[in-house]
Design a protein around this ligand. Structure first.
Ligand SMILES: Nc1ncnc2c1ncn2[C@@H]1O[C@H](COP(=O)(O)OP(=O)(O)O)[C@@H](O)[C@H]1O
Ligand SMILES: O=C(O)C1=C[C@@H](OP(=O)(O)O)[C@@H](O)[C@H](O)C1
Length: 300
């Protein structure tokens, strides 16, 4: 059962206060079916209002006004809850999605700095999958040589061949969340391997990518390392060119998390306000939508 949280809402339902959490879309989600077995309070009305705190943490105050009719006269009780627990939301969503994956691997694709590693690790933990990183596997294949060194010593073509070989091996595996290198999308053969699993594109605005990369430096990302200028400007300039060159290769992914749309949905003016947990949750929602379309299953 869901009720929209966009405005002050009045509900007229019988609920047990321990049975709901809020969804990032701004709706209330009941964790269990509501039934008389749970001995709920006879709830006459309830209201809730999303609050924006100065530290950007979203919380929801849920006021419940309950009239108990079994006592002589009416008793009014009002409580406030803070049910916005992202860990719980993530856990619930991954429990919903996990059985429908049938062990299929999840491939995260996106530009450098889009958060494939950060989000991939969260997804792997929540889905009880193993996290892997295609760049790390390439480095291992080349005797522990870093990606930057591989580019310097052998060139990009050599790196791309190793990347494809690593992907071929991964495509035979089950139960992995894989953070891929940003350029993996350019070779059609790589898509053939990724189609064994489910691919999800983290679509992040260039400004945010450049900010993140400027913060950590370009040493480990050889394709961004030549330009002059300050770290943000050179990252932004080079990322724009790469994005242009890659065209719409990322759109081959089965599902997409668009950070711009997600921020708007959650009421943020800037994608920088989105936490990795927000993004991981949205990734699971998008994977679920893909699976529903693919298999016709529904969790609702
Ligand atoms: N949602 C986020 N908000 C802020 N910084 C992030 C977010 N996701 C990732 N980062 C930071 O951006 C940088 C690149 O992230 P990473 O996960 O390594 O990206 P990728 O694997 O796609 O290259 C890291 O320093 C990481 O901490
Ligand atoms: O976009 C690219 O072509 C690359 C992205 C890098 O991975 P990340 O996306 O993990 O930074 C790495 O594979 C290599 O530096 C090339």
């Amino acid at each position: 059962m869901e009720a929209n949280l966009g405005h002050l809402q009045y509900l007229s339902v019988r609920i047990d206060s321990g049975m709901f959490v809020t969804k990032p879309s701004g709706s209330v989600r009941f964790l269990q079916p509501i039934s008389d077995q749970h001995k709920p309070l006879p709830l006459v009305s309830a209201f809730q209002q999303p609050l924006r705190l100065p530290n950007r943490c979203r919380t929801v105050s849920f006021g419940a006004s309950c009239y108990r009719e079994n006592i002589s006269g009416l008793t009014l009780e009002t409580e406030n809850f803070h049910p916005f627990d992202k860990d719980l939301l993530l856990k619930n969503k991954s429990h919903e999605v996990q059985p429908h994956l049938n062990g299929r691997c999840i491939y995260l694709v996106g530009m450098m700095g889009s958060g494939k590693t950060t989000i991939g690790k969260i997804l792997a933990k929540e889905l009880s999958y193993t996290f892997s990183d295609s760049d790390t596997l390439v480095e291992q294949e080349v005797g522990g040589t870093s990606v930057a060194e591989i580019f310097k010593l052998h060139g990009e073509g050599f790196f791309r061949d190793k990347e494809t070989e690593v992907l071929r091996k991964l495509s035979l595996m089950h139960g992995f969340v894989i953070s891929t290198g940003g350029g993996i999308v350019v070779r059609p053969i790589n898509w053939k391997y990724m189609q064994k699993g489910i691919s999800i594109w983290l679509d992040v605005p260039l400004e945010a990518l450049a900010k993140r990369i400027a913060a950590v430096g370009t040493d480990s990302r050889p394709l961004l390392h030549h330009e002059s200028g300050n770290a943000y400007t050179k990252a932004f300039r080079r990322l724009s060119i790469l994005q242009e060159e890659r065209g719409d290769a990322y759109t081959n992914a089965n599902a997409k998390v668009c950070l711009g749309s997600l921020a708007a949905k959650l009421g943020f003016s800037d994608v920088c306000n989105l936490t990795p947990a927000d993004i991981a949750l949205e990734a699971l929602v998008q994977i679920q939508t893909f699976l529903e379309q693919e298999d016709g299953y529904s969790t609702s």
